[in-house]
Design a protein around this ligand. Sequence first.
Ligand code: SF4
Length: 220
Amino acid sequence: MFSRQACPARDCPRCERLVAYRREAQARAPDWFNAPVPPFGAPDARLLIVGLAPGMHGANRTGRPFTGDYAGDLLYATLGEYGFATGTYRASPDDGLQLLDAAIVNAVRCVPPQNKPLPAEMAHCRPFLAAALGEMSNLRAIVALGRVAHESVVRAAGGRLAAFPFAHGAEFALDGAVALLDSYHCSRYNTNTRVLTPDMFRAVFARARAILDETPVKRR
Ligand code: SF4
């Protein structure tokens, strides 16, 4: 389990706009999760996947990253294909799906309007991402889904953005021991417009698999 430092409280007050948006969702759909979405997976995993933020009808509704909306269909199918997940993804946190040597977290934990967090909201939430990174003592590779997630990872790791320019398929040595792999986000828009094809997405996770397979399990 990730610690409380990596998991904001359900009533985290740091982002005024997102708190108001969360409360509106709570009033409209009280049965939904409607709170900061915690990481999925265990902190001893060697792979971390970082998304942007919960979708209103996806993770904000179900409480598990990438669960319940379109982006999860491609992500979980691809994770299963490369041995990072077992079980059947049924778009629900009680589907029994388990991650294998992998964890998933969003750079911003609360659902933002139009799926667009503001820079200040990214900054407010970054300590939780930094804490999650700090707790992953075996971390070997990070897949960043989209430019915003990429930049948040680089900043959380103490890097300079100029030294880590985002590009789909790019690979960086983040701190010497951890590879940062970039992908376009697996959103419906990106896949419908073929900015990101399933094969392009698979290639990123094939590389993550190869990195982990090259590296013996390390306990720091
Ligand atoms: S986005 Fe992060 S920092 Fe902002 S209110 Fe939600 S949990 Fe707190």
